[in-house]
Design a protein around this ligand. Structure first.
Ligand SMILES: [Zn+2]
Length: 113
């Protein structure tokens, strides 16, 4: 495999400069996005939990901490309302460090195009 002489086959950089492994670790992120659903309701979608995490339990904890409705779906948790402002702190208390949480702020409430 290494007839390239220390070049990463993935990114083409010398292996001592290669960050592919670091990137793979950083991909373990919790992603928070907001979507507009039926009747204009905003829903916070939290995804990226490790497969070992019980999403039902996670949904229950998040709902109680955020005092909102919501449910565990396939591979993610949905919460009623826009909780982006505080969810990083809440996830932190649940054992997910802030660096691991990526909040997508692109959705704007006022966005009626
Ligand atoms: Zn690489």
């Amino acid at each position: 495999m290494s007839d390239e002489g220390g070049i990463c086959p993935n990114c083409g950089l010398p292996t001592d400069l290669c960050v592919c492994e670091t990137i793979a670790q950083e991909e373990a992120k919790i992603t928070v996005t907001v979507e507009r659903r039926k009747w204009g309701r905003l829903t916070t979608v939290v995804s990226g939990f490790d497969k070992t995490i019980d999403l039902g339990e996670m949904a229950t904890k998040l709902k109680s901490k955020l005092a909102c409705g919501g449910a565990a779906k396939r591979g993610h948790v949905e919460l009623q309302g826009d909780h982006r402002g505080i969810i990083t702190g809440v996830l932190g208390k649940l054992g997910f460090p802030e660096e691991m949480v990526v909040v997508d702020w692109t959705f704007q409430r006022r966005g009626r195009r």
